[in-house]
Write a protein that binds this ligand. Structure first.
Ligand code: FE
Ligand code: ZN
Ligand code: FE
Ligand code: FE
Length: 190
């Protein structure tokens, strides 16, 4: 039998089982919407990072770490522009929607500043917090690139992959800085 109702029975209010979250009225019903919502989330996250990174640079003592963070701040600004291009590709206005995860990660990073003495120990904490941020971004851009590919948006997929590679590079760079000096020195002053 043919039906014009494209909502499955499971999304009808009365059939949602106990413990299953009820979708909002504007909830995504397809991958395109989920992709666009995820773009808004990471757009907010990248913008928040451009505000948080200068604090991390100021708090770092190692010149190598300051440079690495500064360099990633420049990349982050380019990533925002790249996201705006992706919004253009999907024909949507670039909009930011609060990313709860990034808000929490930034809050944790700031908390770690208070909890560490200035110098190598704080530098080690900045690296630890920054790598958690990079890993969140790596996960996000990996997913977004795959969504773009599935949706038949190769241009968007390429842009998202460029950013994915930068995030992986930033993560590696932070490991390098930690291995080179900071962690060893921080261990020595125990
Ligand atoms: Fe980023
Ligand atoms: Zn996010
Ligand atoms: Fe998020
Ligand atoms: Fe990043």
């Amino acid at each position: 039998m043919k039906t014009t109702d494209n909502k499955t029975a499971a999304t009808a209010k009365e059939t949602i089982p106990r413990g299953v979250t009820k979708p909002k009225s504007n909830a995504a019903s397809g991958l395109t919407e989920l992709f666009e919502d995820s773009l808004k989330d990471i757009y907010w996250a990248e913008k928040a990072l451009t505000k948080a990174l200068p604090t991390m640079v100021k708090n770092a003592s190692s010149v190598e770490l300051k440079d690495a963070l500064d360099n990633h701040l420049t990349e982050t600004e380019e990533q925002i522009t790249r996201l705006e291009k992706v919004f253009e590709i999907v024909g949507k206005k670039a909009t930011a929607k609060k990313c709860d995860a990034m808000e929490g990660l930034i809050e944790e990073a700031k908390g770690m500043l208070e909890e560490t003495e200035i110098g190598v120990v704080r530098d080690a904490a900045i690296i630890a917090a920054s790598q958690k941020i990079e890993h969140y971004e790596i996960a996000t851009y990996g997913t977004l690139r795959q969504f773009a590919e599935t949706l038949g948006l190769p241009e968007a997929a390429t842009l998202l992959e460029q950013t994915l590679d930068e995030e992986k590079g930033a993560d590696k760079m932070l490991t390098q800085v930690a291995v080179n000096a900071i962690n060893l020195e921080a261990a020595e002053i125990e």
